[in-house]
Design a binder for this molecule. Structure first.
Ligand code: ATP
Length: 962
């Protein structure tokens, strides 16, 4: 190791993220370091908080952080910083693109020439760029025949929307149609419209999108743009009524005041932002430039505008912005009437905010009334919304309620509202109306983009990244929940890709495991007592309270690793939150304390029944249509309301399903500083953004495998000058192998893939250190390389000879076995072919036993003995000739053989039967003959006995006579 490498390390620094330091002392668990820079004191740090610095840490940068020798959060941050200072805003970590907002137009970064250059180029061929990601998505879609998505995330002002626009522009430029109001033109036109209605100036971004969106570009079979679709999430409705002093309401309000033609302004009774409650509490200046400022009439300017002039942003101008938005709406196919209807609703929302209430001393029930000074605004609103002014007044100051009295159906009663309740009702109407208008605009854009049957799409998700502020409310809770889900997906995908790369490169690397954040997701979304679920349950109670809800959350999840009391926080401000005022969630990117005071209100954007009834029955068909499909409202009953949380939950589930079915690319946007200026870098903030975007946890995952990698060519280029020309002439792969063997790096520390060498964490640096070691060492190493090459060549020749011998043996072995194989195959084939004949002959031969029996029988038969014998012989010859016939005819069919056999069986049986009959007859005749002979003998015996008796009798008589 070189001296420099041994000593210089990165140590954490709250402002810069990491600073360089030198090691002073190495203890058992701790290291003493001296930060570089005169005034900094020595530090004692645990070993795992310091990171080895890459050589050339001060000037050299790499396109892909994986080419760094040490890949860790410190080197990643340093590389990003160095590149940013050179106006290289893009960097890869493997296939993930990190994009740092330049806050300045970088010359020729997005020109059509650059777009042309990136077309069809694999990732890594050209410097990192958002166009490279767009092109990769397109190529993946085309080759894999699978829809793709690009997930663009980052904190507010990090450049997500700009990146999304560049992505869409690239896709539409390369594969859109160039003539007419086609899908691609409309997709691009959607942006100024969405920005006018959904973006606002915040302290963190002059053009901050206050909603999330997923924009799909659809392609047909021949991969041309044929359509598009936009889904939107979580519009920040509270902004319609209130903004902090340096922030503004949605751009469209200012566009109308500053840029709308005089006739529209006068019809809508619009003047300047100071005239409206919903604008004047925030910043009342317009975005203008030196030219457009002149176009503003005095009555259009707020006091602040008059005093301080306009706000400046190279991309924003409220005076010009109106016509940009109006023309885009018109190109999207919205008629004059439709556009006019939209502006009318926007103006109505503004005037609605001007209606004020005061206590009604005449009311016995503590009700309120519209102040006399704002009656005029009430009439303007009634006029713009086409509702009856008295009905509007009534709907704002009373609430319809059902009582149990009056039988089963109950009785409807009008309950007067207190002043603060009427204010809330008014604001709820303004928010609901603006929210519905925004939904309608997105829907209208979707219907206007041609929707020819598409085959695949590339979707770009532009959604806020992980957020944590001093006060975190329901909005942060929803966005952080969304980021938990996206992080889980990110881990799954990145790991999969890493694993796929290892497979592609032929490395046998065991599966990498990672800590799943499913438990955190369950804590939030579980149907069984998840935080959203408990919030909905609370909203259904007759008497809701945020304290009760918070207590329930703690009770249900007591002891769960992801949930804690706010007082467990490291921040003092959070430790002051009472147990029933908030909770702390340990997210993947860090712990966040949420204050629950407004959770219930923000989760429920239902209108009072009478307000909803009023707008639904308005004479303005456009307003009516906005509320036509409403599922909100007290008339649906508290138990049935669709909460903001549950709606977001199901939208997110749908989105995740979509993302899981597509191929994915990730873009992590980084905001370099909070001042929104170019060439200023806040290292601490960048580091925390890298941590929140999951980048550092990806690095941890990669540490389990082979995080650093270098293509053979890169290694070759890095070291060829250090080696003699003879070695430098080698092919880059052999060259790399030779170096590794010669250097003697431990074999477990690196792996050779098909196109790259992969290093275990930190091993690339070790290798590099050896390569840059002192000349003596180098000389020795070159000798080793030469020796290795000689050995390699000798081994290669030996291997060649061995291979030839092996090949010869193999050929002989194969030849020998080929004959056996052929024999067996032939035997099998002929068996298959001749089996019926063989079986036929076998069967006929077995029949011959009958033949033998027959011949024996025929020999025994006396009648026609000769004939019988000759018949049997004749049958035998029939058998023989049948066998001959089968044997000699190769083509004889199985059926024919069967017939022959059956006829032989039949003939044999017939002959046998007749012989048996004859034998039986002969046997019976013989038995009869024997019986008769026996009878004859008996008769003769009896006759002889009789004769003998008579003789004896005669002799007796003679004697007697004598
Ligand atoms: N590539 C870029 N080149 C030049 N300026 C940029 C670029 N990206 C962003 N900016 C500047 O940064 C501002 C903020 O960017 P953008 O609106 O895209 O941020 P964002 O991440 O979408 O923020 P939010 O979440 O608040 O909507 C832009 O208005 C623009 O001035």
């Amino acid at each position: 190791m070189s001296k420099r490498m041994e000593q210089v390390v990165w140590v954490p620094d709250p402002n810069e993220g990491f600073v360089l330091a030198t090691i002073v002392d190495l203890g058992m668990d701790e290291v003493t370091v001296q930060p570089v820079g005169a005034s900094k004191a020595r530090l004692n740090l645990p070993l795992d908080r310091i990171y080895t610095a890459d050589p050339h840490f001060d000037d050299k940068d790499v396109d892909d952080n994986c080419s760094l020798m040490h890949l860790n959060e410190a080197t990643l941050l340093n590389n990003v910083k160095i590149r940013y200072s050179k106006d290289k805003i893009y960097t890869y970590v493997a296939n993930i693109l990190i994009s740092v907002n330049p806050y300045i137009e970088i010359k020729n970064l997005y020109s059509t020439d650059v777009m042309t250059k990136y077309k069809g180029k694999s990732l890594g061929v050209l410097p990192p760029h958002i166009f490279a990601i767009a092109d990769k998505s397109f190529r993946d879609m085309k080759v894999l025949k699978q829809s793709q998505s690009v997930i663009v995330s980052g904190e507010s002002g990090a450049g997500k929307t700009e990146s999304t626009k560049h992505l869409l522009r690239y896709l539409c430029y390369q594969w859109g149609s160039s003539n007419g109001p086609t899908a691609d033109q409309k997709i691009l036109d959607a942006n100024p419209v969405l920005e006018a209605f959904g973006n606002a100036k915040t302290t963190r971004n002059n053009n901050s999108s206050r909603f999330g969106k997923f924009m799909e570009v659809h392609f047909d079979n021949s991969c041309c743009v044929v359509g598009g679709y936009i889904s939107h999430y979580l519009l920040e409705k509270s902004r319609v009524c209130i903004q902090s002093s340096e922030e503004r309401n949605y751009h469209v309000f200012y566009l109308l005041c500053a840029g709308a033609p005089p006739d529209i302004r006068s019809k809508l009774t619009l003047a300047n932002p100071d005239d409206f409650n919903y604008l004047r509490k925030g910043c009342t200046q317009y975005f203008t430039n030196s030219q457009t400022t002149k176009n503003l009439e005095n009555n259009q300017k707020s006091q602040l505008q008059n005093k301080q002039g306009g706000l400046k942003d190279p991309m924003l101008d409220d005076v010009k912005g109106f016509s940009t938005m109006d023309e885009a709406l018109s190109r999207l196919g919205l008629s004059n009437k439709e556009r006019c209807d939209i502006y009318t609703i926007v103006a109505a929302v503004l005037h609605l905010g001007n209606i004020e209430f005061e206590e009604n001393i005449e009311s016995t029930k503590g009700g309120c009334k519209v102040t006399e000074q704002t009656e005029h605004s009430l009439s303007i609103v009634a006029n713009l919304l086409s509702v009856n002014v008295d009905e509007l007044r009534q709907a704002l100051i009373t609430k319809v309620m059902m009582t149990n009295r009056g039988g089963l159906k109950g009785t409807v009663i009008m309950v007067p509202l207190k002043q603060y309740e009427a204010n809330n009702a008014r604001d709820a109407l303004a928010k609901a109306t603006y929210g519905k208008l925004f939904d309608h605009i997105v829907h209208r854009i979707n219907t206007s983009i041609p929707s020819k049957a598409s085959s695949y799409y590339i979707g770009v998700l532009d959604i806020a990244g992980f957020e944590y502020f001093t006060v975190n409310s329901f909005e942060q809770f929803c966005i952080n929940y969304c980021n938990e889900k996206l992080q889980q997906f990110f881990n799954e995908r990145i790991l999969k890709e890493e694993q796929m790369l290892y497979e592609r490169e032929g490395l046998a690397v065991k599966k990498i495991e990672f800590v799943d954040n499913q438990d955190c997701i369950d804590l939030i979304e579980s149907k069984n007592g998840g935080i959203f679920n408990l919030l909905d349950e609370e909203s259904k109670l007759p008497k809701q309270s945020s304290e009760h809800f918070t207590t329930e959350v703690h009770k249900r999840w007591q002891g769960h690793f992801r949930l804690a009391l706010a007082r467990a926080s490291k921040l003092k401000a959070h430790r002051e939150i009472r147990d029933d005022e908030g909770f702390m969630v340990r997210h993947f990117a860090g712990a966040v304390c949420y204050q629950t005071a407004q959770f219930i209100d923000k989760n429920n954007d239902a209108l009072h029944a009478n307000l909803e009834g009023l707008v639904q029955e308005s004479n303005n068909p456009f307003l009516q249509s906005l509320f036509a499909s409403s599922t909100l409202g007290a008339n649906k009953g508290k138990l049935n309301f669709i909460s903001v949380g549950s709606k977001f939950k199901s939208q997110l589930a749908e989105l995740m399903e979509k993302l899981r079915s597509t191929g994915t690319n990730f873009v992590r946007c980084i905001k370099p500083n909070d001042k929104m200026v170019d060439h200023l870098i806040d290292g601490g903030s960048i580091l925390s953004q890298l941590q929140c975007s999951g980048m550092t946890s990806v690095l941890e995952l990669m540490q389990q495998g082979f995080p650093s990698r270098a293509p053979f060519q890169q290694l070759y280029d890095m070291y060829k000058q250090r080696l003699p020309p003879k070695l430098a002439q080698l092919d880059s792969r052999i060259f790399s192998k030779a170096l590794f063997r010669a250097v003697g790096v431990n074999e477990g520390d690196y792996k050779f893939g098909v196109s790259k060498v992969f290093f275990r964490p930190g091993k690339f640096a070790e290798f590099d250190a050896i390569m840059h070691s002192d000349p003596e060492n180098l000389k020795e190493m070159i000798e080793k390389v030469q020796k290795y090459l000689t050995t390699l060549h000798w081994k290669q020749s030996q291997w060649c000879a061995l291979c030839v011998v092996k090949l010869k043996n193999k050929i002989l072995y194969r030849r020998e076995n080929l004959i056996t194989i052929q024999k067996n195959v032939r035997m099998h084939l002929s068996k298959v072919k001749h089996r019926p004949r063989y079986m036929g002959i076998k069967k006929i031969n077995s029949l011959k036993t009958i033949l033998k029996e027959m011949e024996t029988l025929a020999g025994q038969i006396k009648t026609d003995n000769a004939l019988c014998i000759s018949n049997a012989q004749e049958l035998r010859s029939e058998f023989d000739s049948a066998i001959k016939k089968i044997r000699n005819n190769e083509n004889i069919k199985a059926a024919e053989i069967n017939d022959v056999y059956n006829s032989l069986v039949k003939a044999a049986n017939t002959q046998m039967d007749s012989l048996r009959k004859k034998a039986d007859a002969e046997r019976s005749a013989e038995a009869e003959r024997q019986r008769l002979a026996k009878l004859q003998m008996e008769m003769e015996r009896v006759k002889a006995a009789k004769n003998k008796e008579e003789q004896a009798k005669l002799e007796d008589e003679e004697i007697k006579k004598q």
